[in-house]
Design a protein around this ligand. Structure first.
Ligand code: DC
Length: 220
C-alpha cells in the first residue's frame, strides 16, 4: 500500500510521515532528501542548477540510496550534510529542472515497488503515485509554519527575524504553487489535514485511523 503525504514546508510532514510509517510498520521515503542529494552532488561538482546538460550528465553518474534513517550518495552518508542552508536554497533550483524531476520520479517509483510505504514530498499524490491508495495533504496556517521554522532556525543557532522567515515563506509558497512543473497542490482525492493547533501525535493518530480503515477495505 502506498500512502502519500504532500504539503508545504513547515507543515510538519517529515515528523508525521516518519511516525506514521513506524506505527503502521511501513517504510518511509523522504523525497525532499533526494532533491537535496542532487543539489549536494551538483554543488560539489560546481554544476549550476541552470546548466541542463551538466545536470543531466550528473544524474547519470549519481547514485542515491535511501535507507531508513540514512541517505547515501555514492555510498557516502550525507544525511546531515544535505540539511545545510545552502543545500536548501540550491535544492529549490534543482527541483525546477524537468530532467531531475523525471529521474527522481522514476527512482521513487522503483523504491516503492511492491512495498508498503509512506512517501512524503510535494508531488507524491499528484504526479508520482496518482494511484496511491491513501493520499494526505498536510498544511498549516502560514504564521504557524513560519513560527515552527523560526524555532528550528533558532535551535540551529541561526539568527533571523520572524518577519523575514514569514516573508521568505510567502515568496516560496507562491513560487511552489505557480511553478510550471509539479506545482504544489492537493490531489483531487487527497484528504487535507490542517495541522494548526494540533500536535504531531494528533495528526498521526488521525492519519493512522484513516489508513487502517482503508486497509480494512472501508472508505475515508
Ligand atoms: O522538503 P524539503 O525541504 O527537504 O525539499 C527540498 C526541496 O525539494 C524543496 O525545494 C522542495 C523540493 N521538492 C520537490 O520539488 N518535490 C518533492 N517531491 C520533494 C521536494
Amino acid at each position: 500500500m502506498i500512502v502519500t503525504i504532500d504539503g508545504p514546508a513547515g507543515a510538519g510532514k517529515s515528523t508525521v510521515a516518519r511516525e506514521l510509517a513506524r506505527r503502521l510498520g511501513f517504510d518511509h521515503l523522504d523525497t525532499g532528501a533526494m532533491y537535496r542529494c542532487v543539489a549536494l552532488a551538483a554543488m560539489r561538482r560546481g554544476i549550476s542548477p541552470e546548466d541542463r546538460s551538466g545536470l543531466s550528465r550528473l544524474l547519470e553518474e549519481t547514485e542515491i540510496l535511501m535507507e531508513s534513517d540514512r541517505v547515501l550518495l555514492k555510498g557516502e552518508d550525507v544525511t546531515r550534510e544535505i540539511r545545510a542552508p545552502e543545500i536548501t536554497t540550491l535544492s529549490r533550483a534543482v527541483a525546477d529542472n524537468p530532467q531531475v524531476r523525471q529521474h527522481l520520479n522514476r527512482l521513487q517509483r522503483q523504491i516503492a515497488q511492491g512495498r508498503n510505504i509512506v512517501t512524503e514530498g510535494r508531488d507524491q499524490g499528484t504526479i508520482v503515485f496518482p494511484e496511491a491508495e491513501c493520499k494526505f495533504f498536510l498544511t498549516a496556517d502560514p504564521a504557524e509554519r513560519a513560527r515552527r521554522r523560526w524555532l528550528d532556525l533558532q535551535a540551529q543557532g541561526r539568527r533571523m527575524s520572524f518577519d523575514d522567515v514569514l516573508r521568505e515563506q510567502r515568496e516560496r509558497d507562491a513560487r511552489d504553487a505557480s511553478r510550471a512543473i509539479a506545482p504544489l497542490r492537493p490531489a483531487d482525492d487527497a484528504i487535507v489535514i490542517d495541522s494548526t493547533g494540533l500536535t504531531a501525535d494528533q495528526v498521526v493518530s488521525r492519519m493512522e485511523e484513516i489508513v487502517r480503515r482503508r486497509q480494512a477495505g472501508g472508505g475515508a
